[in-house]
Design a protein around this ligand. Structure first.
Ligand code: ATP
Ligand code: MG
Length: 342
């Protein structure tokens, strides 16, 4: 029986996770859960460590983890969020960040032209290197002569494996996005890995765009995209753009995946949203669609599809939270999706 660890976390994390769990429970599948209630900012404040070696061992024993959100103003600027999220990412080598963006309902699109609204793509973001490795430094910090350096790291292993994963995920087309015209070294490596990997996939339509053009095209012609593969920072930015085109931050799901081990950390794209925490207003759809991604990976694709259909039905009937134009709270919105399942 698949074992899922659950990390509700901070802010709205526990509220949206509760709805995702209630939905999974209601499906009556052979899933068991190990809830790590203590992995949060409160524990970090009290003990200086939110994710212990024992927690990590429990997570390793499981088949996947469902995370709410990690982040709290009381520990902002400390290494708290980095320690939890980056530790999980690096220790479990979750190198592929998979973010689908599928328009939930026509009324949620910010685009004027109805024929161009139906975005249905996946952004595969490299998750372990690029600009976010914290390698760099500052000279004369705080002075007007300061020099600040953040190094962008690309390795042959890191680039080729995320490209391989993107190609394996696609059935129609893959677009590689870089800035090789301005970032020559990493750009050359991405180009080379892309050429090597795509040679073996003549069945797919493959293309390349510079990131500035890709951003423009996502707005002007979003339905042209199927799978996009790109580095850590471009993936961060483009996936927020795609999320906004698909229905907004509250609806966006993701998984941090190691395709070799099959282990995934499933989480909504939004953060802990402290401004609305505890008010029963957070949209649970990002967490619920993340649970659907999990269902797909642990052998329940039919249930995953049913969950997505139920979400679309609830949104179509405006049985949803205020960010999607509805009047329901978090709990009632979760309940509406469960009701649409039956
Ligand atoms: P973090 O640093 O934890 O990623 P952030 O600063 O990126 O946090 P988020 O927590 O992602 O911010 O949220 C940004 C804003 O979007 C929130 O303040 C909130 O108003 C809104 N928001 C985020 N998630 C949701 C949601 N699930 N439902 C409704 N509104 C949301
Ligand atoms: Mg954020």
């Amino acid at each position: 029986m698949p074992l899922i660890t659950v990390i509700p976390g901070d802010g709205i994390g526990p509220e949206v996770t509760e709805q995702a769990l209630a939905l999974l429970d209601g499906l009556g599948l052979d899933l068991s859960f190990d809830v790590l209630d203590h992995v949060n900012a409160g524990t970090f404040l009290a003990t200086g460590c939110a994710l212990s070696d024992d927690d990590l061992a429990r997570i390793r024993r499981s088949d996947g983890a469902l995370l709410g959100a990690i982040g709290d103003a009381r520990v902002a600027g400390t290494r708290y969020a980095r320690d939890v999220l980056l530790r999980l990412r690096f220790e479990l080598d979750l190198y592929a960040n998979y973010r689908p963006a599928q328009l939930l309902h026509d009324r949620l699109s910010p685009l004027r032209d109805p024929d161009r609204r139906a975005i249905d793509c996946v952004i595969v973001r490299e998750n372990t290197e690029g600009l976010y490795t914290d390698i760099g430094g500052a000279l004369r910090p705080g002075s007007t002569a300061e020099v600040a350096i953040d190094t962008e790291v690309s390795t042959h292993l890191g680039v080729s494996r995320v490209i391989d994963f993107a190609l394996a995920s696609a059935t129609r087309a893959v677009c590689m996005v870089d800035k090789s015209n301005a970032v020559p070294n990493g750009g050359r490596l991405w180009q080379q890995c892309w050429l090597d990997a795509t040679a073996a996939r003549p069945d797919l339509a493959t293309s390349h765009l510079y990131v500035d053009v890709a951003a423009m095209r996502l707005l002007s012609d979003p339905t042209a995209f199927d799978v996009i593969v790109t580095n850590n920072s471009y993936g961060d930015i483009l996936s927020d753009l795609a999320a906004e085109l698909a229905g907004g931050l509250g609806t966006s799901a993701s998984v941090n995946l190691n395709p070799q081990t099959g282990f995934g950390l499933y989480e909504p794209v939004h953060g802990s949203a402290p401004d609305i925490a505890g008010t029963d207003t957070a949209n649970p759809i990002g967490a619920i669609l993340s649970a659907a991604l999990l269902l797909e990976r642990v052998g329940h694709p039919a249930e995953a599809a049913a969950v997505r259909t139920a979400v679309r039905m609830a949104v179509a009937e405006v049985r949803c939270t205020a960010d999607l134009g509805g009047r329901l709270g978090t709990k009632a919105a979760g309940e509406a999706i469960r009701a649409a399942l039956h």
